[in-house]
Write a protein that binds this ligand. Structure first.
Ligand SMILES: CC(C)(COP(=O)(O)OP(=O)(O)OC[C@H]1O[C@@H](n2cnc3c(N)ncnc32)[C@H](O)[C@@H]1OP(=O)(O)O)[C@@H](O)C(=O)NCCC(=O)NCCS
Length: 209
């Protein structure tokens, strides 16, 4: 049997969160190749780093992971990767995450290390559950939404698409957070948040409508 590690492509090499993706690849014993559309830096390893116009046909058959967590840029990168010809966007899940057996994790999702996904939770395509975040039972997370490190979403709340749930914030149970909303770092959300609103503080108040 071959000892060659499975290959995976990372798209979006210069993002701030890139190191976290590399750590998860290491713990999954995957061998990453890197794709970015920025010019090559002098320190880049040219054997594993590609500008997208240098990719060869076989690369497009490899699984690809968008290694960016910010909803807006993650979406742009994903659309660009599809345009280039990539088709296989697997869920990329840390073996150190604790995921209930009846939770649903769709394709393109990134679940970082030490996060907890509760019973019957649903993670829609391409969302990110970052380091140490806690997604409660029956919670729904929308597409491209980023649940930042150590955020906590309590049971049955519904988080729309393209939301930022800020680091160390808490969303109480049974709430609805509209698409494109931003929950400030450390906020404690006790009421629904409408689409596009930004809320901060404890209890959370609207600072942008
Ligand atoms: C909520 C947030 C997006 C607001 O950013 P902004 O639109 O640039 O807002 P400003 O910095 O101009 O602040 C507006 C007001 O809200 C307050 N504020 C901003 N963020 C706050 C927060 N997290 N908690 C409490 N108050 C906050 C500011 O003090 C300011 O108050 P003032 O008007 O009384 O002076 C940002 O502060 C934040 O918390 N982002 C989340 C970061 C995060 O968790 N990222 C994940 C990284 S992995």
């Amino acid at each position: 049997m071959s000892n060659k590690k499975s290959e995976i492509l990372f798209f979006g090499v210069r993002s701030a969160s890139f190191g976290d993706f590399c750590e998860v690849a290491k713990s999954l014993s995957l061998n990453p190749l890197y794709v970015d559309n920025l010019p090559k830096g002098e320190s880049q390893n040219t054997e594993t780093f590609f500008h997208s116009n240098e990719l060869e046909k076989f690369h497009f058959g490899l699984p690809i992971v968008i290694s960016i967590v910010t909803p807006e840029y993650r979406k742009i990168a994903m659309l660009h990767a599809i345009e280039l010809g990539f088709r296989d966007f697997p869920a990329f899940v840390s073996p150190n995450a604790d995921i209930a057996s009846n939770a649903t994790v769709e394709s393109g999702v990134f679940v970082n290390t030490s996060s907890i996904i509760g019973q019957s939770a649903y993670l829609a395509r391409n969302c990110v559950i970052n380091r140490g975040a806690n997604v409660g039972h029956d919670v729904r997370i929308g597409e491209f939404t980023h649940v930042a490190p150590s955020a906590c979403i309590l049971g049955s709340s519904k988080i729309g698409a393209n939301v930022l749930v800020g680091a160390n914030s808490t969303v109480l149970h049974n709430l609805e957070i509209g698409p494109g909303a931003v929950i400030g770092a450390g906020a404690v959300v006790i009421h629904d948040v409408l689409a596009g609103q930004t809320v901060v503080g404890n209890p959370a108040r609207v600072i942008k409508d």
